[in-house]
Design a protein around this ligand. Structure first.
Ligand code: NAD
Length: 346
């Protein structure tokens, strides 16, 4: 990401939307970093604005338009409800400000690519909050796949299941709610970079089983990449008992793990004879069999990711010291695959 003019701390920040994400995932961690200064917030709810101004001394606005017109925030966080992210991020970039955007960035590849292009052409930072790319679980999976112990990756299963009834705005299609827009971007943000090539085709089953609104609370998606790797993804709040979160299958071994760690079972390819087909009657009417030199190893997810926390990385990029952990292009790819899954379910 090429930033036009690297900034000098303190970086002035505006936050639009002071809900679950805007407050807990952005305002609170940003307040802790002295290189940032929150100068403006916008939310239609006066009590939320006041809470923020009491804490930070920032100026209060009701809308994003007022905030952009009335404050000099160099970086603006878009943490509004999902349906307006695309439009809000355009506004931020049009105003010449760097942008942190909550996921999902947009709802079509065309819209997401337009945002990425706009940020790039103006030398502005666009940081989509795919926070799982800053967590150790992704680096655990990547490390195991890249170690080669499992052989060549051909299939992966991600199972993010629990049971919980929901009745907020995220359960309505008119708000672009539902598990596919809401939780799946997290899963896709870490699964897509593991697959080795872009997704070519998908199967998708979206169900509303028990939530109050009409959006899906159960997603079953199957992705196939250009090189033939498949990813079977279940993201469901209708699973009263969960299966292990990850099953990663390579040509010589398998990882079975949850978010803390698990076990790999594999064999060394050099420790076995190459196979040749015996295309004849099975000798002695027996099935051909062998004993493979299986190895098993417990593996655990590290305590820390080998990358800085999200807002620290944003700071480092905007001050010209680092590259982004989450590229805008990778966020656009999540949108492209999400759109494919929506279309395939129709
Ligand atoms: N990255 C993550 O882990 C994560 C977690 C939670 C939510 N999110 C995302 O954050 C976004 C917000 O979700 P939430 O759970 O915080 O919702 P929320 O309902 O808790 O909060 C939304 C806030 O935005 C305000 N708001 C509504 N319309 C607005 C407008 N036009 N301008 C300014 N403010 C407005 C509301 O008053 C409210 O304070 C969603 O898109 C969601 O996908 C991401």
């Amino acid at each position: 990401m090429k930033i036009n003019t690297p900034l000098t701390p303190p970086l002035t920040v505006g936050i639009v939307g002071l809900g679950r994400a805007g407050w807990s995932l952005h305002l609170e961690p940003i307040v802790k970093l002295t290189e940032f200064k929150i100068v403006a917030v916008a939310d239609p709810l006066p009590e939320r604005r006041k809470e923020a101004s009491d804490l930070t001394g920032c100026t209060e606005f009701t809308t994003i338009d007022e905030l952009l017109a009335g404050s000099d925030a160099q970086l603006v966080v878009v943490a509004t409800p999902s349906a307006t992210h695309n439009e809000d991020v355009h506004k931020v970039l049009d105003a010449g400000r760097h942008c942190i955007a909550e996921k999902p960035l947009a709802f079509s590849a065309k819209d997401a690519n337009a945002l990425v292009e706009k940020a790039k052409s103006r030398g502005l930072g666009l940081f989509v909050h795919h926070v799982h790319l800053h967590r150790p679980e992704f680096y655990f999976l990547k490390g195991i796949i890249e170690s080669g112990d499992l052989g060549e990756l051909f299939s992966l299963r991600a199972f993010w299941g629990f049971y919980g009834r929901r009745w907020d705005w995220q359960t309505l299609k008119k708000n672009n709610g539902g598990q596919l827009n809401n939780t799946c971007p997290h899963v896709l943000s870490i699964v897509l970079p593991l697959l080795g090539s872009p997704v070519k085709d998908v199967f998708s089953d979206l169900r509303n089983i028990k939530d109050a609104g009409d959006a899906e609370d159960h997603v079953h998606g199957v992705l196939r990449t250009e090189s033939g790797v498949t990813a079977d993804i279940v993201v469901s709040s209708v699973m009263a008992q969960a299966a292990p979160r990850w099953l990663v299958c390579g040509s010589r071994g398998t990882l079975l793990a949850d978010d803390k760690g698990g076990k790999i079972r594999f064999y060394d390819g050099n420790a076995v004879e190459p196979l040749t087909v015996l295309d004849a009657a099975a000798p002695g009417r027996q099935y051909l069999s062998e004993t493979l030199p299986w190895q098993e190893r417990d593996v655990s997810v590290g305590k820390e990711a080998p990358v800085p926390a999200f807002h620290q990385n944003v700071l480092d990029v905007l001050t010209g010291k680092a590259e982004p952990v989450i590229t805008p292009e990778s966020a656009a790819e999540v949108v492209r695959v999400t759109e494919m899954l929506h279309k395939a379910a129709k």
